[in-house]
Design a protein around this ligand. Structure first.
Ligand SMILES: NC(=O)c1ccc[n+]([C@@H]2O[C@H](COP(=O)([O-])OP(=O)(O)OC[C@H]3O[C@@H](n4cnc5c(N)ncnc54)[C@H](O)[C@@H]3O)[C@@H](O)[C@H]2O)c1
Length: 321
């Protein structure tokens, strides 16, 4: 029998600071771009109108991962999280289960990390201001990551209380208005994707936007006309061209694969990122299982170095054969 640790949200957050999450997610994007890590596209299991489930597998670094996770956008009104579920981490040499982790915490860490990583990679080198639109669980994570990287951040949300709560929690500031937030040099959107944050002609020369919220069927944070006008990057073409922001432009015949660059290709040096200071760049994220794998491995590695580390106080185990 093997004792398999179960890491709650508290353990995951204590084990991996946002700065380390950015590095781990960067390494995962590069490993995936080079073919060292592999990942079939996520499987959506629709349960509309309430929401959907996703099964997300990945293999890399000697481990295999499966994340079973939700997006139920109306849940906050019921006092429940939009994103919840579990991550299973296994040993890729013998199939043995190694850890169980809270999917909401893993997701938030890696989503915040990817949003900021894309902003730092594709934004102007002289970018000064940053804003996060949508201050829910994953918007907070993005804002927290900006702050951890030494970047001041503005927050805006349709629900002002959410923006205020998030700003005081992460050490950011509430934007005076939606327009104020949208004027920042780098933007991260983490809304439910029911309506476009960026209409036609709204992004200005030199701005970057990491579009994190529209990660499933029927969602979008940017108008097709605006997507057609800017330089487009995504996390994974296969996944992003079938769900989220890109699919609408692909179906309209406005954008094809040749017009879209994967972030991992830029990070690994295989493709060009921003070409000119005036270029408008957007990063369409649908969320990759390799990002989750990067965080889960970080947690497990740290646990294995010292199971008595304060970060892991109260960790329970389950018996596995
Ligand atoms: N790309 C990824 O990797 C990834 C990862 C996690 C979550 N998501 C997606 O991100 C979205 C948000 O997830 P969450 O867990 O943070 O949800 P959440 O419910 O905790 O937060 C969403 C926030 O957006 C706000 N909001 C709604 N409409 C808005 C608008 N038009 N402008 C500004 N704010 C608005 C809400 O008031 C709320 O505070 C979901 O669609 C989810 O599926 C994507």
């Amino acid at each position: 029998m093997t004792a398999v640790p179960v890491f709650t949200a508290r353990h995951v957050e204590a084990a991996v600071p946002p700065e380390r999450a950015v590095d781990a997610v960067r390494e995962a994007f590069v490993a995936y771009a080079r073919g060292d890590w592999t990942m079939p596209p996520k499987v959506y299991v629709p349960a509309y109108p309430a929401g959907d489930f996703r099964a997300m597998p990945a293999l890399g670094g000697g481990h295999a991962l499966l994340k079973w996770v939700t997006s139920f956008p109306w849940n906050p009104a019921l006092g429940l999280p939009t994103v919840t579920g579990l991550v299973l981490l296994s040993d890729a040499s013998n199939g043995m289960l190694e850890a169980v982790l809270d999917a909401g915490a893993v997701t938030a860490l890696r989503t915040g990390a990817a949003a900021v990583l894309a902003a730092e990679t594709l934004g102007r080198t002289d970018a000064r201001s940053a804003a996060v639109i949508g201050a829910g669980v994953n918007g907070r994570a993005a804002a927290r990551t900006f702050v951890a990287r030494g970047q001041d951040v503005l927050l805006w949300d349709v629900d002002p209380e959410r923006a205020e709560g998030a700003a005081s929690e992460v050490g950011g500031a509430v934007a005076a208005s939606r327009e104020d937030a949208l004027a920042a040099d780098v933007l991260v959107t983490v809304t439910p994707g029911h309506e476009a944050v960026f209409g036609a002609g709204t992004l200005r020369p030199g701005q970057h936007a990491s579009l994190m919220g529209a990660d499933g069927p029927g969602k979008s944070e940017i108008a097709v006309e605006e997507l057609a006008r800017v330089r487009v990057f995504c996390d994974d073409w296969t996944q992003a061209s079938h769900n989220g922001d890109l699919v609408h432009a692909v179906e309209a015949g406005v954008i094809g694969q040749d017009a879209v660059t994967e972030l991992g290709a830029v990070l690994s040096g295989a493709a060009e990122g921003r070409r000119t200071p005036d270029e408008i760049t957007v990063f369409d994220s649908t969320g990759l299982a390799i990002q989750d794998l990067a965080i889960a491995v970080e947690v497990l590695d740290r646990y294995r170095i010292d199971t008595n580390d304060e970060a892991f106080s109260g960790v329970q185990t389950i018996e596995s054969r």
